[in-house]
Design a binder for this molecule. Structure first.
Ligand code: FA5
Length: 350
């Protein structure tokens, strides 16, 4: 009876191995091999089921069947490992070919930001003046009547104030500066009696008709040099050097006599219009020239207000419009494009 059972169990084991191998060959995923393991080798699996009968065997037969069962188990575990490795490889390759990156596809274009023409021009201006020893000095955009006008030799009721009319705040005497010139007083009062060489860049505001060359908000860069023995020749030299560097050597330029209450004598500097090459157009008001800055020797009264003795010290000052310089440099015929928020402007100068 025991012998019959032994033979039967050995047969069952052999059959189990055969069936298990066939079933494993059909398992095509990690999940299927896991299920297979449960069915054949798991705690409640078929191999365990067969081994439950071991107790009915004699003491001599038991190790024989046990050994055969172990061999079946080890063989099945080995084929399972091989199968799992093969499936993992196939799954990896499948994922790789599904998710393959096609390096021959054209890239998606990225739009790059660019600097505004005025910002480019401002940076060039800083660099040119830095090379001549001028430092950048910051001064406020909101000013008092005193700084914007009175300390620049324009007392209440002075007719020249009309040229620099501005926007006023609801606080009496507080206004948006119409030029960067009030910064001259701030710088002088900070440094007197030391010599000064600064530029003062920033936004200015004007109550005025907006046209192709004039905005109501624009940039200026003020320049101020104060010291002993500073002459008009120094002013001309600095500005000529500046124009040669920013426009390139040889572009026609000219100084014209002018009037500013805070400089004496005063000049304006013009550059030949690049839009029309001097023939006359809407941008240059058909003059062939475009004014880029006002300048002059600092008025003795202004020097005094700044804390310098005019019998000992002299100085020059200038105030230029970088927006107008940018118009010229990039051949743009209307300043209103600068605030129109149209990126085609940036693409054009790129
Ligand atoms: C002044 O503002 C004087 N403060 C300049 C100055 C400084 C003279 C120091 C002497 C000594 P004016 O208003 O001309 O001057 O302006 C100076 C420059 O700013 C002009 O040459 C021009 O380039 C620019 N500018 C003036 N008005 C406008 C405007 N509405 N839009 C754009 N740029 C302007």
């Amino acid at each position: 009876m025991g012998n019959v059972l032994k033979q039967d169990l050995l047969q069952q084991l052999e059959q189990l191995q055969q069936e298990a191998e066939v079933a494993l060959a059909q398992a095509n995923s990690s999940e299927a091999t896991q299920a297979w393991h449960g069915e054949y080798l798991g705690r409640k699996g078929r191999l365990t089921g067969i081994l439950r009968n071991l107790g009915s065997l004699s003491a001599e037969e038991r190790p024989l069947v046990g050994k055969a069962a172990n061999e079946v188990k080890m063989t099945l575990e080995n084929v399972l490992q091989e199968r799992q490795a093969a499936i993992a490889k196939a799954e990896m390759e499948g994922a790789r070919s599904r998710e393959r990156i096609d390096v021959t596809l054209p890239g998606r274009p990225q739009t790059l930001g660019r600097l505004h023409p005025t910002s480019i021009t401002l940076r060039e201006i800083y660099a040119i003046f830095a090379a001549m020893g001028f430092q950048v000095y910051d001064s406020p955009e909101v000013e008092t009547d005193e700084y914007n006008f009175q300390l620049l030799n324009m007392p209440q009721g002075h007719p020249a104030r009309d040229m620099w009319d501005t926007f006023y705040t609801t606080t009496p005497d507080l206004l948006l500066r119409t030029h960067t010139s009030p910064g001259q007083i701030h710088a002088m009062r900070e440094y007197a009696p030391e010599p000064i060489r600064v530029i003062l860049p920033g936004k200015v505001y004007r109550y005025e008709q907006v046209t192709a060359r004039s905005e109501s908000m624009f940039y200026q860069v003020e320049g101020l040099a104060v010291g002993k023995h500073i002459t008009f020749c120094d002013l001309k030299g600095v500005l000529t050097n500046f124009a040669n560097q920013i426009y390139g050597e040889g572009r026609p330029m000219r100084f014209r006599k002018s009037y500013f209450p805070f400089t004496e004598p005063s000049v304006e500097m013009d550059i030949e219009c690049v839009i029309c090459g001097g023939k006359g157009c809407g941008l240059c008001k058909y003059a062939g020239w475009l004014e880029i800055l006002g300048a002059g020797m600092v008025h003795p009264i202004v020097l005094q207000y700044g804390g310098y003795d005019p019998s000992e010290f002299s100085g020059f000052a200038f105030g230029m419009g970088p927006d107008r310089i940018a118009l010229q440099k990039y051949g743009i015929d209307d300043i209103r494009y600068f605030f129109a928020n149209d990126v085609r402007l940036l693409e054009r100068i790129g």
